[in-house]
Design a protein around this ligand. Structure first.
Ligand SMILES: Nc1ncnc2c1ncn2[C@@H]1O[C@H](COP(=O)(O)OP(=O)(O)O)[C@@H](O)[C@H]1O
Ligand SMILES: [Mg+2]
Length: 360
């Protein structure tokens, strides 16, 4: 998959600009605060319908403008695809080949994308919600079933949590089983899919890590072990566990078990990365997981995703930078940095200089 060109209108600090991307390595370079990350973000937004940096889509609209517009011509093995997103204060509208897409779920998967930036270190350093978010965004890109289950799960969970705060205990006890039956059904889909995804991811992550570190340390990634068995079995055991926690959940006023509380194990050299990894180890592990994500997209969709590397080169030492450039060969990569010549080592690429929201 690749993006051939991208036009941004009133998006972040871009008034109007068109990027023509190469199928291989594209280097966006320029000083700080010129719009490199904004362009990377736009590519990711067109691929996934979401951005990792925002709470509200409207933040993407250029200050003072009414609406932002992103349009791109993409190519996959099924042919060319025109993608367009229009963002207003009221929300976003998405169009594929000119037809409006009713739900984001029907948009996802047109072009898969993997995004890596220094912020992704949170994947390892921060709490479990960062790791769940990684799984959710990644799995959703190749599974509409997952994405839909996730939306339903969140909605029911919200209602369940409201119910838990209800004073009349008999009402709560009467209604909980009704919610829980559904909650556990969607929870099982989510838990099982995450487990399968992580089982698939782990060997690729280990391999990428061995490549980047010359096999000095081993990276282990593992999912929650409780999601073994069929969806029905998982749902049933989740239901039992929920029932056991009725009292506690009611006392606390929220749901204390389920996929929204799960975590991912990440170990480097047998040690919990979150607690023990150095900055450098964390960076390499996070990058390895992202490179593993690339491999999974290749496996699941039969095509490489678009890889976005925002500002990561300056944080890697020279040998790792060189290895990374080698590793991404054959992928369409959008890479941002301040000094193009420092990262390329004579590799062929398209260089695009950015200044003040314009291509120089
Ligand atoms: N909605 C917006 N409207 C106008 N300018 C914006 C908006 N959002 C961000 N910017 C501007 O974009 C610039 C940052 O761009 P960014 O792509 O993050 O820089 P860099 O080139 O360092 O990656 C800042 O000057 C910021 O003020
Ligand atoms: Mg930046």
């Amino acid at each position: 998959m690749r993006i051939k060109n991208l036009t941004l209108t009133n998006f972040r600090n871009y008034e109007k600009e068109t990027f023509a991307f190469d199928g291989g390595l594209n280097v966006l370079f320029g000083k700080n605060a010129q719009g490199k990350t904004n362009c990377a973000e736009a590519v990711f937004f067109l691929c996934t319908g979401t951005s990792l940096r925002i709470k509200r889509d409207a933040q993407l609209i250029r200050r003072g403008a009414e609406e932002a517009r992103l349009s791109a011509l993409a190519e996959s093995r099924y042919g060319e695809l025109s993608l367009e997103a229009v963002i207003t204060e009221r929300g976003k509208q998405l169009f594929v080949n000119g037809s409006k897409v009713a739900k984001t779920v029907d948009w996802i998967g047109n072009v898969n994308s993997v995004f890596f930036s220094p912020g992704e270190l949170r994947l390892i350093q921060d709490g479990p919600d960062e790791r769940r978010r990684f799984l959710d965004i990644s799995i959703s890109q190749t599974s509409k079933t997952y994405y839909t289950a996730l939306l339903r799960y969140r909605k029911i969970l919200e209602q369940r949590n409201v119910l838990l705060k209800e004073r009349d205990v008999s009402v709560v006890l009467e209604t909980l089983p009704v919610w829980d039956e559904q909650l556990c059904r969607y929870g099982a889909i989510i838990g099982k899919a995450r487990k399968e995804y992580v089982d698939r991811l782990a060997p690729h992550a280990r391999e990428a890590h061995a490549f980047l570190t010359d096999g000095e340390e081993e990276l282990f990634v593992g999912a929650e072990r409780k999601y073994e068995g069929s969806e029905e079995e998982i749902a049933a055991s989740l239901y039992r566990e929920m029932q056991e926690r009725y009292e506690r959940d009611m006392r606390l006023g929220f749901t204390t078990i389920g996929p929204h509380r799960d975590d991912l194990d990440i170990l480097i050299g047998g040690m919990d990365a979150k607690q023990f990894a150095s900055q450098g180890q964390t960076r390499t592990a996070a990058l390895s997981i992202k490179l593993a994500e690339v491999e999974i997209f290749k496996e699941l969709s039969g095509e490489p995703p678009v890889l976005i590397l925002d500002d990561v080169m300056s944080e890697l030492d020279l040998p790792r930078r060189k290895k990374l450039v080698r590793k991404v060969e054959g992928l369409q990569t959008i890479l941002t940095c301040t000094h193009a010549e420092r990262v390329l080592y004579g590799k062929e690429c398209r260089k695009i200089q950015i200044r003040g929201g314009r291509i120089v």
